[in-house]
Design a protein around this ligand. Structure first.
Ligand SMILES: Nc1ncnc2c1ncn2[C@@H]1O[C@H](COP(=O)(O)OP(=O)(O)OP(=O)(O)O)[C@@H](O)[C@H]1O
Ligand SMILES: [Mg+2]
Length: 412
């Protein structure tokens, strides 16, 4: 019978394993150490550590020691086969008769390997079996309580390592995802800028030649109509290109003291025709007193135009757009809301609408909100949306009264 190692050996192994768990981010290192040390300190032939793959529900070999490649390649072990009893016992299980025990899935492969006895230790996390540590012995033997207690503690430590591995993997996946998104964003920006530059010049040429031609053709007639279409469509292309350039340039705002109400009025006057043609009633509730704040007027006007245009486009036939502005000094902000009685936004689109190129419109570029979002962010503000499908949407834009760095300028 194998001699039972003294408590000190167990203590040293335990200390080594837990030190590795805490000091190393590489879980594989811990698992290799666990199989090696348990084999050595119990005078076993080898050890195998399986971890449950949450997707395939298979117990996959994650580390082993002292076993031949031939034995290791015998195949996966299903969770049901190996685990059922473990959940009930939650303890070490000694398998004395490896040829007839139902827990052994490959008895015939074990015998020529020189294995005569096995010992299973479930690795449990919050009452779920997440893995198993199996020790293999070349002869039948008894186990002292110290040995079993030691193994149970090592199993607990291994679970910590597995849990840590899963957490690291999860975080890594989240980080990778974020990195891909960011890279995609900047690649799109670079691509957009490149395309925009290339297309801008030929468009200017088309516009120049068609406007020269139109002066030379008769006032009525098919030629003039055709040229008008060419010019209008070219102007539309140019404005899309301009938006692309704005988006990719992400330029710093040129700020001056400005009154938000005046900018709202200006945007409204630009879209006056649009509202009238579409039979849209506009309701305006602008704050009587409005502090002037530092803004890039052109950029903020562009934001309001984008939001109002979206509101107009969301309304099928008749409807209303309500625009409010409010000075909320106690909250250090100016608030503008643009609400419409349009089609609303499906909840699954809500977190996508500010992404560049997201559009549900046949002719939309999907840049309006992405550009607006960037502009408001550059002003230290915030833009949000609330929406009810079939009832309408409301965009809220908050501007800080005293953004960081502007406090002194505003105090003067
Ligand atoms: N007020 C609104 N009501 C309903 N849906 C809206 C509203 N505002 C935005 N959306 C949704 O968000 C999408 C993105 O809007 P965004 O302004 O960025 O692009 P777009 O309007 O499609 O194209 P453009 O670049 O011409 O503005 C829209 O296609 C639409 O699905
Ligand atoms: Mg838009």
């Amino acid at each position: 019978m194998t001699q039972v190692p003294n408590i000190e050996t167990f203590y040293r192994v335990f200390r080594d394993v837990s030190k590795t768990i805490h000091s190393s981010a590489r879980v594989q290192e811990v698992l290799n150490l666990v199989t090696k040390k348990t084999t050595e300190s119990l005078g076993a032939k080898g050890a195998l550590l399986r971890i449950l793959n949450l997707e395939t529900h298979q117990m996959e070999v994650s580390a082993s020691y002292g076993l031949s490649d031939r034995y290791l390649s015998k195949g996966h072990v299903s969770k049901e086969k190996i685990i059922t009893d473990l959940c009930r016992l939650n303890n070490a299980i000694i398998i004395e008769d490896i040829l007839s025990d139902s827990r052994i899935q490959y008895p015939r492969e074990a015998w020529p390997e020189g294995i005569r006895m096995m010992l299973d230790l479930p690795l449990t996390l919050e009452n779920n079996v997440v893995g198993i540590l199996r020790l293999f012995f070349a002869e039948k033997r008894q186990f002292a309580n110290e040995e079993l207690n030691f193994l149970i503690s090592i199993a607990e430590q291994s679970v910590l390592a597995i849990d840590k591995a899963r957490l690291i993997e999860e975080k890594q996946a989240q980080y990778d995802n974020l990195a891909i998104q960011t890279e995609k964003h900047s690649a799109l920006g670079r691509m957009a800028a490149g395309i925009a530059h290339e297309i801008n010049n030929p468009l200017a040429g088309i516009l120049l030649y068609s406007s020269n031609l139109i002066k030379k053709v008769p006032k009525d007639g098919i030629l003039r109509e055709g040229l008008e279409v060419i010019m209008n469509e070219t102007v539309r292309c140019k404005s899309i290109i301009q938006e692309l350039l704005e988006f990719s340039r992400d330029r710093e705002p040129k700020k001056a003291l400005s009154n938000i109400n005046r900018i709202i009025e200006k945007a409204l006057s630009i879209l006056e025709n649009e509202f009238r043609l579409r039979h849209i009633r506009v309701e305006k509730h602008l704050a009587d007193e409005m502090d002037s704040i530092y803004l890039d007027e052109n950029q903020i006007e562009q934001v309001f135009i984008n939001l109002m245009l979206n509101a107009v486009q969301a309304i099928e036939d008749q409807g209303e757009v309500i625009i409010r502005s409010a000075l909320e000094s106690e909250r250090n902000r100016l608030r503008v809301t643009i609400a419409d009685s349009g089609c609303g936004i499906p909840s699954e689109h809500l977190d996508k609408i500010f992404e560049p190129f997201f559009s549900t419109k046949p002719k939309g570029t999907g840049l309006g909100l992405a550009v607006s979002f960037g502009i408001i962010q550059n002003h230290g503000g915030r833009i949000r949306v609330s929406s009810q499908l079939g009832k309408g949407s409301c965009f809220t834009v908050d501007f800080p009264l005293f953004p960081e760095g502007n406090r002194q300028a505003n105090d003067r």
